[in-house]
Design a protein around this ligand. Structure first.
Ligand code: ADP
Ligand code: GLC
Length: 483
């Protein structure tokens, strides 16, 4: 199969969250299964700084801009990298979606509409590349217009749309839809119109041959009002086309036995070596150096989704407990401020690092005893998977991919060897405190704790299994498109 994978971020070229991790690994896993994959990405300046060799393989024009299509390879792989080079849209510093003040770029609708138009050019084989596409795999709202635009051609490749996060919809004024010269045929309730607004994500949800999310549980949750944001009706209507495929993890990048970001590598046969990573973090961040004080880590975008209000609420009680906490994140300024003040208030137990730091994220996964991820919703979540691989026990809420990947500790799950972490009973401060207390009680029993760690480490989160499920989904989409 020739697969065009359309995404707005891909590790290691540009990353703001888990979408980049997925886009940097799933194409490789598909390639290993024998498929021919091209990854289409905007040529942001950060990406261009990281790409050495490229060729111009096509030219097109949209929104009064000449656009070049550049071809390279995704580092260390045979995956073809196609870059949409339009400096007016993508040659700007920093983040793909927001400016230095954290505000969405004012012209995002136009930037990503342009990106989608080029995706359609490639999908329809109109740029002279001689690469007939069988299936277009669109990811999140930034690729949401591809399925509706394809639908306007009598014959076109099949499409799959993956929801990595339904909370980000790409919603704009109706007027923008018409300013972008988009075809009126797709402006209706079963198209991209959402309460008189223009919704990129609805394009993907309504027109793709198949839709999936990144965990089975989230696929069910988004069909309910709590998690569906008004799109639950449409998702229920398309239930026979909707499924969930759990993300995998990139085992080259996330393996404690070979991770060169760590001061000390370890594996399941020498777990005791993990402690050196903890002592290093304690020393570096002026925490009391002690093997026995549990260190709890948090890494993530500082947004409401990640359960920060719960954490902030619980902090006075948590700081009474014998533990240390290390936060790494960046995002909404009020959360950054709130965390920094907690670190100031409780210097002996709370450390906060504001910023984006790949290396430190690996060191936290390796050095902490527990990983805190009390998300309000979580389409899949990757950090709890990294934690399991790094013998760092996850403490999670019972939502989305978290509940699909972590098994709560209990007498029974310990006995049958399935326990891997702790699941909060209620999504609030008291629920968090209670889960941490349960975890501390088990931490005090080293043999039990080690059992939990080993149970987690033996889980299989390789991409191969997920990639095989994607191939099945692509085949289904192709059959539906042909029929
Ligand atoms: P989401 O995609 O919602 O942000 P995921 O758990 O799927 O959540 O993926 C987040 C990814 O981004 C992980 O690889 C995580 O390590 C990384 N990440 C998030 N914030 C930071 C940060 N401040 N520094 C380094 N890595 C981060
Ligand atoms: C999103 C979700 C996260 C998921 C990631 C990759 O950003 O918030 O749960 O793991 O996409 O699919």
């Amino acid at each position: 199969m020739n697969i065009l994978f359309v995404t707005s971020e891909a590790y290691p070229l540009i990353k703001t969250g888990g979408l980049a991790d997925v886009s940097g690994s799933l194409p490789l896993a598909l390639q290993e299964l024998g498929h021919d994959v091209s990854l289409l990405l905007p040529a942001y300046s950060t990406v261009m700084d990281r790409v050495d060799n490229y060729e111009v393989v096509g030219k097109t024009r949209h929104y009064e801009h000449d656009i070049r299509l550049l071809e390279s390879k995704l580092a260390g792989s045979a995956v073809r990298l196609l870059l949409v080079d339009c400096p007016a849209a993508f040659d700007r510093p920093g983040n793909p979606y927001v400016d230095a003040a954290g505000q969405p770029w004012a012209d995002n609708a136009y930037r990503f509409a342009l990106f989608n138009q080029v995706a359609v050019d490639v999908a329809m084989n109109r740029l002279g590349m001689d690469w007939p596409v069988d299936l277009v795999h669109c990811n999140d709202w930034q690729a949401g217009l591809v399925p509706p635009l394809l639908s306007l051609f009598a014959s076109h490749p099949a499409s799959v749309f993956t929801i990595h996060n339904l909370a980000y919809m790409g919603l704009y004024d109706k007027q923008i839809f018409f300013e972008l010269g988009l075809p009126a045929e797709i402006w209706h309730l079963a198209g991209v119109e959402f309460h008189d607004l223009f919704s990129f994500i609805k394009g993907g949800l309504s027109y793709a041959d198949c839709v999936n999310t990144v965990s089975p549980q989230y696929a069910m949750e988004i069909q309910t009002p709590t998690f569906g944001y008004g799109l639950e009706g449409l998702l229920q209507h398309r239930a026979d086309r909707l499924s969930g495929i759990m993300n995998g993890i990139d085992q080259q990048t996330w393996d404690p036995a070979s991770d060169d970001n760590l001061v000390q590598n370890f594996d399941r046969d020498n777990l005791e070596k993990k402690t050196k990573n903890k002592l290093d973090l304690q020393k570096r961040y002026d925490l009391k150096k002690a093997k026995k004080i549990p260190l709890i880590g948090f890494i993530g975008r500082l947004v409401e989704q990640k359960g920060l209000d719960m954490i902030i609420d619980a902090m006075p009680e948590l700081t009474e407990l014998p533990l240390q906490m290390l936060f790494l994140g960046s995002g909404e300024k009020h959360y950054e401020q709130a965390l920094l003040s907690l670190a100031e208030q409780y210097p002996e137990s709370v450390v906060v690092v504001i910023g984006y730091d790949e290396e430190l994220s690996h060191q936290i996964e390796a050095g902490c005893d527990m990983f805190l991820m009390p998300s309000l919703f979580e389409p899949c979540g990757l950090n709890q998977l990294y934690s399991l691989a790094y013998a760092t026990i996850p403490l999670v809420t019972p939502v989305g991919g978290l509940v699909d990947s972590v098994v709560d500790h209990s007498a029974q799950t310990m006995q049958d060897g399935s326990a891997t972490g702790f699941i909060l009973e209620s999504l609030d401060g008291p629920g968090l405190v209670q889960a941490i207390k349960r975890a501390l009680a088990v931490y005090a029993e080293p043999e039990q704790w080690q059992q939990l760690q080993l149970n987690g480490m033996k889980q299989d989160f390789s991409w191969q299994t997920s990639a095989e499920q994607y191939v099945e989904l692509y085949e289904k989409a192709i059959a539906l498109n042909a029929g």
